[in-house]
Write a protein that binds this ligand. Structure first.
Ligand SMILES: Cc1cc2nc3c(=O)[nH]c(=O)nc-3n(C[C@H](O)[C@H](O)[C@H](O)COP(=O)(O)OP(=O)(O)OC[C@H]3O[C@@H](n4cnc5c(N)ncnc54)[C@H](O)[C@@H]3O)c2cc1C
Length: 278
């Protein structure tokens, strides 16, 4: 199928993009990498009258160290992130996760801002942002907002962004931490059946599951049972048991809730055993 007809504008600044969005609230969509939006248009799941292309805005590009944060512009593509030395040094979890996202063609166009704004419960990056305790920065007519990743995702394909806001950047706190990532998919590059992004810092573990519910989910009871430092086998098993309380009963046509919980435990053991043996 082909998309319905639409108009297209490419603003020259974030301010211009916000003005354009505010003037066309009911019938405009932001276009970043287009890797989720364009299929949705072609399937006629969405038919905006206007696309506002923010994918090439220089203000939304760049990966910089600011004080104790790594700031990533919303229009950075997955390919940018996969090859950036600051990401490799300060947030290797991002690159590890992105290696599992789709295929090179999609990774060359898809953006971090597009993925987070899209809030697909099966996407890797929302869970990675939860595990890294990231802050999501948005801008709209009312100014700039900083939103903890834990407060950003409100439902399946839903976030706290208002219709006139643009996600402009992500800030990752620079901290000493271990990290781990694991996902199960039918083929490499497919959306995961279940996945886990995890970190362990001085303040304890952060375990973020994806494809486990309507949004990426922090498993806080399991993380609390792991305590601080590298957990022993008893604590690992207690954390695995507690996943039944942390994760919702979530089934889809692919697998049922009991199998999904079992696989979540498999991934948690897998990540923690790597830490144990390191
Ligand atoms: C075949 C295929 C396989 C894929 N597999 C995976 C996978 O395994 N894992 C995965 O995570 N993803 C996967 N994707 C999706 C891909 O990661 C998309 O790139 C991503 O979901 C959206 O990023 P984008 O930059 O392309 O955004 P777009 O498609 O341009 O936009 C997506 C949505 O976000 C909004 N938006 C975009 N940027 C902003 C912004 N800065 N502020 C506010 N709103 C914004 C748009 O208006 C739109 O509603 C796959 C896609 C395809 C086509």
């Amino acid at each position: 199928m082909k998309s319905a007809a639409f108009n297209y504008v490419r603003p020259k600044s974030v301010a211009e993009a916000i003005a354009c969005l505010s003037a066309n609230l009911s019938d405009a969509k932001l276009l970043a990498g287009g890797q989720s939006l364009l299929p949705a248009l072609n399937f006629r799941l969405s038919a905006p009258a206007l696309l506002i292309d923010i994918g090439r805005l220089v203000e939304l590009k760049g990966i910089t160290l600011i004080d104790d944060c790594l700031r990533i512009g919303a229009a950075c593509t997955y390919a940018n992130l996969l090859t950036d030395p600051e990401i490799a040094y300060h947030a290797p979890l991002i690159a590890e996760a992105l290696a599992h996202v789709a295929h090179p063609a999609i990774r060359s166009r898809g953006t971090i801002g597009g993925s987070l704004a899209n809030a697909d419960p099966a996407a890797e990056l929302p869970a990675v942002m939860l595990a890294l305790d990231a802050t999501i920065v948005s801008e709209g007519p009312a100014g700039i907002r900083r939103i903890a990743a834990a407060d950003f995702f409100t439902g399946m394909f839903e976030t706290v962004l208002t219709a006139d806001e643009i996600l402009i950047a992500v800030e990752i706190p620079r901290r000493e931490r271990r990290w781990g990532f694991a996902e199960l998919a039918r083929r490499h590059g497919d959306y995961a059946i279940i996945g886990l992004a995890a970190t362990m810092g001085v303040d304890g573990a952060r375990l973020a599951f994806f494809s486990a519910g309507p949004t990426a989910i922090i498993a806080s009871r399991s993380a609390a049972l792991l305590g601080r430092g590298i957990p022993d086998r008893d604590r690992i098993e207690a954390a695995c048991v507690a996943l039944a309380e942390d994760l919702p009963e979530y089934c889809d046509p692919e697998i049922g809730a009991a199998m999904r919980l079992h696989l979540a435990r498999v991934l948690l053991r897998r990540v923690l055993n790597v830490w144990l043996s390191a």
